[in-house]
Design a binder for this molecule. Structure first.
Ligand code: ATP
Length: 158
């Protein structure tokens, strides 16, 4: 199967880079798959999960805190606001971030500062994405599943 070169770049480091078969990305307007010979595409990403599939290897999961993806026929580049491999995620830290954001969003403070509220909403989505990715990895390991069923994709792409 033809490979595509995937680079996942966070602000301070390259999180992952390899020739892979498929990358599933959380586009702002829906989840989509990128593989070799994909039509050129630029997409905004929302906080969520990235799945990387490589023949003969277990799927890899990453949490991404939003960013941009550039898809070309032979490569996929993600410039991420933040990104972590599933095994790097500190679940307790993500839970604390989630609780902080939820508390703020339940408090009367939330109506006083729109920028802070948007920042807390984004922090909440990042924390939920991190927990989902970390827990999925644990579940996949427990079941011994090497390649999980792919998530449904939206038909609409940017
Ligand atoms: P927190 O409030 O816990 O710092 P955050 O969402 O504000 O969370 P970011 O600004 O997105 O944090 O990330 C700052 C750095 O910390 C990045 O390098 C990111 O990869 C890393 N990071 C954030 N949360 C976690 C986590 N739960 N596990 C591992 N690394 C994390």
């Amino acid at each position: 199967m033809a490979k595509t070169h995937f680079s996942l770049i966070a602000q301070d480091r390259i999180v992952y880079e390899d020739d892979v078969d498929m990358v599933i990305l959380p586009g702002a307007s829906g989840v989509f798959a990128a593989m070799a010979r994909h039509a050129p595409l630029m997409a905004t990403l929302q906080p969520g999960e990235i799945l990387v599939r490589k023949e003969g290897e277990a799927d890899r999961y990453f949490a991404v805190g939003g960013g941009f993806a550039e898809v070309r026929p032979d490569e996929v580049i993600v410039l991420a606001r933040s990104a972590e491999a599933a095994e790097e995620i500190d679940i307790q830290r993500a839970e604390e971030a989630m609780r902080r954001a939820q508390e703020y969003l339940r408090s009367p403070e939330k109506d006083r500062d729109i920028e802070r509220r948007l920042a807390m909403e984004a922090a909440l989505r990042r924390s939920l994405a991190r927990m989902k990715v970390a827990r999925k990895r644990a579940a996949v390991r427990a079941r011994g599943v090497e390649q999980a069923p792919l998530p449904p994709q939206s038909e609409e792409q940017e």
